[in-house]
Design a protein. Structure first.
Length: 193
């Protein structure tokens, strides 16, 4: 969370794919490649730091807080040219289920990543909505808001309820479901080969 009127002044990065996802409020982005934009819930942003980029992120409001998640992924290739992409995926999210937010696998309705094995899935699950967790080798399930139960549905399964800010790291787990609790859940899932 970043309080109104504050943020992160200009600072450098290199050789990272940086994905920013706003949960509430608005975040203003500026960088040394002359990219500029205001991020809001449902607008995915990817900044490729590559050979080096300077950027700032400031709360776009003087009074309201902004809540966001920023995630970093190593690119397949170092020392690439810096890059920037943003895409509004609210329409896809409104259909329900999990949708690709950022993808190195070429998903059409997602921002692109320069990491071929990675996909960031997201969803705004309604109460009781069930989704299958991607079955990639490495999976990181994060619940920024709400609550959801993670289980295989088997008789010997001990389901785990994840609430605001909880995460689960899975390796070769396969066949798991995530079911939103009564308040629903916003979910972010990184899946990598």
């Amino acid at each position: 969370m970043v309080r109104g009127g504050t943020g992160f002044d200009t600072h450098p990065h290199q050789d990272m794919e940086i994905v920013t996802w706003v949960l509430s409020g608005e975040l203003e982005h500026k960088d040394s490649e002359r990219n500029r934009g205001v991020l809001y819930p449902g607008l995915a942003q990817r900044m490729s730091a590559g050979t080096g980029i300077w950027h700032s992120e400031m709360n776009n409001s003087r009074s309201d807080d902004v809540h966001f998640v920023q995630m970093w992924v190593l690119p397949d290739t170092e020392r690439i040219d810096p890059g920037y992409e943003q895409l509004d995926i609210n329409g896809e999210l409104s259909k329900g289920g999990l949708v690709p937010i950022a993808s190195g696998k070429g998903h059409d309705a997602a921002i692109s990543l320069r990491q071929a094995g990675a996909v960031l899935w997201g969803g705004r699950l309604t109460p009781g909505e069930r989704v299958a967790v991607p079955e990639d080798r490495h999976v990181h399930v994060y619940i920024p808001r709400g609550a959801a139960t993670l289980s295989s549905g088997g008789a010997d399964d001990a389901p785990a309820t994840l609430r605001d800010g909880d995460a689960a790291r899975l390796t070769d787990a396969g066949g798991l479901d995530l079911v939103a609790e009564d308040e629903g859940a916003e979910v972010l899932i990184w899946a990598t080969a």
